[in-house]
Ligand binder design. Sequence first.
Ligand code: HEC
Length: 191
Amino acid sequence: MSAPNKPSSTASAEEPALRPHTYDGISEYDARLPNWWLFTLYGAVAFSIVYWMFYHTTGMGLKDEQVLAQKMEAVAEARLASSMGSLTDAQLWEMSRDPKFVTAGKTVFATNCVACHLASLKGKEENPAAVGPSLVDNVWIHGAKPTDLRRTVTNGVIEKGMPTWAPLLGDRKVVEVVAYVLSFHKEPASP
Ligand code: HEC
């Protein structure tokens, strides 16, 4: 009758050896770590390398601050878009001090306005042959308030040769170019 012994002898063959030391009565098997455990470890190591490369070395992944900055920007954009129709003088003055709008407006001006108002914005004042008046003196034919400027640029003054810009540029660019023109002026101290 050797059969009953067989299972126990197989089990003892697979039983890992005990390591020689004992601490506080606790001894340790000399067993190989299970594969699932090893693969978890290797996987974590590999993942950490890829993660490190992606976010910290190559800059391919955006850091939290960058994601936050993008979201804040998007919120500001959405706010601007929704208040575009009703921007106040104060808001337009504020935009005229914001390099983001002024730089964008400068590009719009360079492409669309220099032909008549000149790159110096001085128009007729600099060169009597220019079509447009100066936009940097303090003489305004159509009102000096930022909202007046915006209205003039939006609607134009067709009979005098100032084109209607709204359909060509859209609201956003009109506001940017107004911010650029305003950046050459000072907001009057509020009374
Ligand atoms: C084809 C020539 C021409 C172009 C291009 C042009 N303007 Fe003018 N602009 C004029 C003329 C002419 C006037 C003067 C209108 C008047 O005498 O009533 C004027 C007037 C203005 C005024 C009002 C000035 C005031 O004293 O009230 C503003 C602001 C202005 N332009 C901005 C712009 C901007 C911004 C652009 C580009 C997007 C632009 N203009 C492009 C010809 C032009």
